[in-house]
Design a protein. Structure first.
Length: 121
């Protein structure tokens, strides 16, 4: 490989490392695979279409589950499924980085994971 090619690939690696560091700083509770998948799906979606994800939000114990349901319904218009004694909330949302930030900024949120399920129709 030429020096130019090595410099170019090193630049990609450096930018990728910076991306991961930014994710850890800005969205530390969000699974990196979810963020990368969100970017990939946004690139592949038709203009004006947001990708739908099934997300799982893991929270601290002791939350009022009815209050949490009401909050999620009011904020996102979706009713979550709740498991594990009220610490795992699942729902399907059109997802953006802004929405991930809104969710992860709550003190009671410990972790967010998700899976792409298709375009929002």
């Amino acid at each position: 490989m030429t020096d130019h090619a090595e410099d170019a690939t090193q630049d990609i690696q450096t930018k990728y490392d910076e991306f991961h560091k930014a994710c850890e700083t800005i969205l530390p509770k969000v699974d990196h695979k979810l963020i990368e998948d969100l970017f990939r799906q946004q690139e592949d979606s038709e203009e004006g279409t947001l990708p739908m994800f099934s997300i799982e939000v893991i929270t601290k114990k002791g939350l009022d589950t009815q209050e949490m349901k009401d909050h999620i319904w009011g904020k996102f218009g979706e009713m979550p499924d709740i498991d594990y004694k009220g610490t795992h909330y699942r729902c399907e949302l059109t997802l953006t980085l802004g929405r991930l930030k809104q969710i992860s900024d709550h003190d009671f949120v410990l972790n967010i994971k998700g899976t792409y399920i298709g375009p929002h129709l």
